[in-house]
Design a binder for this molecule. Structure first.
Ligand SMILES: Cc1cc2nc3c(=O)[nH]c(=O)nc-3n(C[C@H](O)[C@H](O)[C@H](O)COP(=O)(O)OP(=O)(O)OC[C@H]3O[C@@H](n4cnc5c(N)ncnc54)[C@H](O)[C@@H]3O)c2cc1C
Length: 291
């Protein structure tokens, strides 16, 4: 049963930060509530005050710029999945967003809530790491910027300090000519594992690659060593190389057994999903909108 709480409705980030500071552990940031209300209903989180950030209009921006997409933290998964400019310029992100849960979760849940909750079984972070996204966080002491790879610290753990808010996510475009794909396997709506890949294919050989895997270990991760080993390979050779990299994946991704799969299965499936995504990226001409 959901215990009673007071809903606070700030209209600016500074006002929200002030409320979080004043009420400390008694207050929680409330965005879409897809996770928070569920946890409160199960008695896993207790809050006297919910600070509703959806009343802060400054957090709702979605701007596709020349170099980067700027996503306000309260933008929903559904908005990102459907937005024409996102689908054209950041198709890997739109693809990852289209996989999240179901239409109810995508309409309710926000990208900011997804990143702040830091559930290891998430889709957007895997795609965002391939774009080398960064985040802006803000508290009453001011704002700071950091790469998403540093924001995501571990299972349900981020770089956010008490009374700080995630304000914006900046998603650079992929370099011109790169193509990308997202692959996922799932159970009960949530991803068991996922992979995001972007490649620069020149005359049939890979000239550059970015690979990320999510849901296998505590947080989504890029795989820099494997990325560099793909240089000069055809997509088919690259697919075999990632499938053969099970020991590296197992070491790098720190896989854990959980309800969605054993560590051994997840290391194996990570290679399969990477190979599948490489094949798809190689076959999807213009997948990042630059042709
Ligand atoms: C049935 C189901 C299926 C799901 N399937 C998937 C899936 O397939 N893939 C996937 O990636 N996710 C999935 N999710 C997770 C869910 O979609 C995301 O976690 C959702 O985006 C959470 O966003 P929210 O706005 O609802 O966050 P909330 O529930 O409002 O908040 C989540 C946490 O983040 C904090 N928070 C929220 N916004 C901010 C902010 N701006 N600054 C600081 N802290 C903040 C809150 O205090 C809370 O601790 C699923 C969830 C459900 C219930």
């Amino acid at each position: 049963m959901l215990s009673s709480f007071e809903l606070l409705e700030p209209t600016t980030v500074q006002e929200a930060a002030g409320l979080l500071e004043r009420y400390g552990d008694e207050a929680r940031v409330y965005a879409g509530g897809a996770e928070l209300i569920l946890l409160m209903r199960y008695g896993l989180v207790d809050a006297t005050y919910l600070v509703n950030v959806k009343t802060i209009s400054g957090l709702g921006g979605l701007v596709a710029g020349e170099d980067a997409l700027r996503v306000g933290s309260i933008v929903t998964h559904r908005a990102l999945e459907l937005d024409a400019a996102v689908r054209k310029g950041w198709p890997l992100l739109a693809a990852a967003e289209s996989h999240v849960g179901n239409i109810r979760v995508r309409s309710q849940g926000t990208l900011g809530g997804n990143l702040c909750f830091a559930d290891p079984h998430a889709d957007p972070p895997t795609a965002l790491l391939v774009y080398e996204a960064s985040v802006t966080i803000e508290g009453s002491g001011g704002s700071s910027w950091l790469p998403l790879s540093e924001f995501l610290r571990g299972t349900y753990e981020t770089a956010l300090q008490p009374a700080e808010l995630l304000v914006e996510i900046e998603v650079p475009r992929l370099p011109s000519g790169w193509t990308a794909a997202f692959a996922r396997t799932e159970r009960f709506y949530r991803p068991t594992a996922n992979a995001a890949v972007a490649i620069d294919l020149r005359a049939g050989a890979i000239a550059g690659a970015r690979l990320a895997v999510g849901c296998v270990g505590p947080t989504a991760m890029r795989l820099p060593q494997l990325e560099s080993e793909l240089a000069g390979l055809t997509p088919a050779e690259a697919g075999r190389r990632v499938m053969d990299a099970r020991a590296y994946l197992s070491r790098q991704l720190d896989p854990v057994d959980d309800l969605l799969g054993s560590a051994e299965y997840k290391s194996y499936i990570a290679g399969v999903l990477l190979a599948r995504a490489i094949g798809q990226a190689a076959g999807t001409e213009g997948a990042n909108g630059h042709g």
